[in-house]
Design a protein around this ligand. Sequence first.
Ligand SMILES: [Zn+2]
Length: 305
Amino acid sequence: MHGTDRRPEAIPAFAGSRIDRVDHVRTNPDLLAASFADPAARLLLLDGLEPVERDGHLVLEPLAPDARVDDHVLLGIDPAERPIFARLVTDLGPGLLPTARSRSIADLVPADEVALYGTARSLVHWHARHRFCSVCGAGTVPVKAGWSRKCGDCGAEHFPRTDPVVIMLAEHRGRVLMGRQHGWPEGRYSALAGFVEPGETIEEAVAREMFEEAGVLVHSVRYVMSQPWPFPSSLMIACIAQADDDTLTLDATEIDHAFWCDAQGVRAALAEEEGAPFIAPPPMAVARHLLAHWLADVAPADASA
Ligand SMILES: [Zn+2]
């Protein structure tokens, strides 16, 4: 419902997809061939894993006459009824971390296009890094329009990863815990975060990470929102939890500094006021939306977000 909303403060980056994922086409070779042959079909142009933008939109091109469907992933059907494909590549270039260019796309094109780029980026990356079977080591090939890979030897099927990450605020008597990692820009603080491990619920991961990183025991974990984060394939799960007390025991290897911040300080940081107690995460980050959500909850009368 936010798909056409261009305001970066409306939703976190990479959320807001308006693509119809057409699972029935992926699994039907005739329908897939027809989509690929559709004159309306478009290739989402990528430069390696990087986005390509022109005049405020991602660049979509007609498919090349000699293009093969097997070298492409069908991202889905866009609101203009166009089948949108991305080309699979094996050379990803040097870096996998988010570059300035891949981050800045969130400010340059509409939210649903940012989401389309994120989907393509995660999938193209996954294909390039899963060319061999993790069961027997033989080569794998894309199947289901690029939404899985199949081993040519043992037949095992492998699916694209989505790695859940919890990102959370601990709340204690009207204040929330803000932390910063080593090497972050001076003054930048955010919510603490960590990967969900096998065998854990979201609630258990929130409690474990909060205790490991800050020594804070929490309860009453509440889910707030989520965000696909395609570097390479995380799903950020934003939560708020209640802290038993406000004593901090920081894990110095992970956390540079942390402190409890009241609503006034969070409001000042989000408004980027001079003298604010910290520099808030950018609008593309779900942490900023989590802070705004908390602020609207605890101080609805004067919450600017
Ligand atoms: Zn195999």
